[in-house]
Design a protein around this ligand. Structure first.
Ligand SMILES: C[S@@+](CC[C@H](N)C(=O)[O-])C[C@H]1O[C@@H](n2cnc3c(N)ncnc32)[C@H](O)[C@@H]1O
Length: 294
């Protein structure tokens, strides 16, 4: 086992990271080591047993765990089988109202969809009043947003989505196959790691009419002082419309006084992309039109 594998195994000993794959952890370690030259040198040149108790390595490990907490654990629920139980009921349900309620219950299982679980009809009405009815939707860093599709207000479209949580993607794929057609949509999911270099290459190969990037810019730009990765995403995504959302509460859960993201508006203006804007209770949305000149 090399040093990176040993560190990844050490991280997986913590229960909250035990489901993360070794390959994924190694890619995250590589990304974060690029930002920490001292520890990178230790990992390249020393034996694991020699550096594992060093101050620098311990600080690095702590920062990796914080990173994984912020990008992964916060979105997981404690009751790991709850999503499976709700999905099982979705498959069995014969009553339309009960079926829709089960979708809302499912949306409750991820902190991002939980906050907007009762507002999807409004959100989708606002988005598609601007974009028109799409044939293809791409959702990047999707979480479990797929379970909101019965509230979209139209049929006959394809939904393609990606995230890094494999168990959720498996559930979503099954859902899109088995339940999607009865609501008039089909689709698929695939694994993506937004922290690896070829991420945008992969994304730019997928043509869609509308791309959702809900609450993902903090993730894209994580640990960076600029918004370059968000900008690269906007430039490279192969979609006329990109719907970018942001939370409107601060980390301490207070409502932001000015939720609009000035940096994002300046970026769109500079790129000469037009945009529309709306807010709901806990979130604000920019509907970016890459073909409409500002
Ligand atoms: C703030 S949530 C947004 C989820 C969804 N877009 C929504 O708003 O409902 C961030 C999402 O990024 C995903 N994520 C974390 N690390 C990732 C990675 N390396 N690559 C792709 N997605 C990742 C998480 O699993 C989570 O679903």
């Amino acid at each position: 086992m090399n040093n990176l594998e040993k560190i990844a195994e050490e991280i997986r000993k913590s229960k909250k990271f035990s489901k993360l794959g070794i390959d994924y952890l190694i890619s995250i370690l590589k990304r974060n080591l690029q930002l920490d030259k001292k520890v990178n040198k230790l990992v390249q040149e020393e034996q694991y047993l020699n550096f594992r108790s060093s101050k620098h390595y311990k600080a690095f490990l702590k920062s990796i765990k914080k990173f994984l907490h912020d990008t992964y654990s916060v979105y997981q629920i404690r009751d790991v089988s709850k999503k499976d139980r709700i999905y099982h009921d979705i498959l069995k349900s014969k009553d339309k109202n009960n079926l829709l309620q089960l979708h809302v219950d499912m949306l409750h299982c991820h902190s991002s969809t939980r906050e907007r679980k009762n507002e999807y009809e409004t959100i989708y009405r606002n988005i598609f009043a601007v974009c028109g009815k799409p044939k293809n939707i791409l959702d990047v860093g999707c979480g479990i947003n797929a379970f909101s599709l019965p509230f979209i207000g139209f049929r006959d479209f394809k939904y393609v989505c990606c995230d890094s949580v494999k168990e959720d993607l498996k559930l979503i794929d099954d859902y899109l196959n088995k339940v999607g057609p009865s609501f008039g949509f089909k689709g698929k999911s695939f694994f993506i790691n937004i922290f690896v270099e070829d991420f945008l290459k992969k994304i730019s190969k997928i043509k869609s009419d509308v791309c959702f990037l809900f609450k993902m810019t903090d993730m894209l730009d994580y640990g960076k002082k600029t918004h370059k990765k968000t900008e690269d995403f906007l430039r490279n995504v192969n979609s006329k419309f990109v719907v970018v959302s942001f939370p409107t509460k601060t980390v301490s859960n207070k409502k932001m006084r000015v939720p609009r993201r000035k940096w994002f508006e300046i970026m769109c203006n500079r790129l000469k992309y037009g945009y529309d804007y709306f807010e709901i209770e806990n979130e604000c949305f920019y509907i970016v039109n890459k073909f409409r000149k500002k």
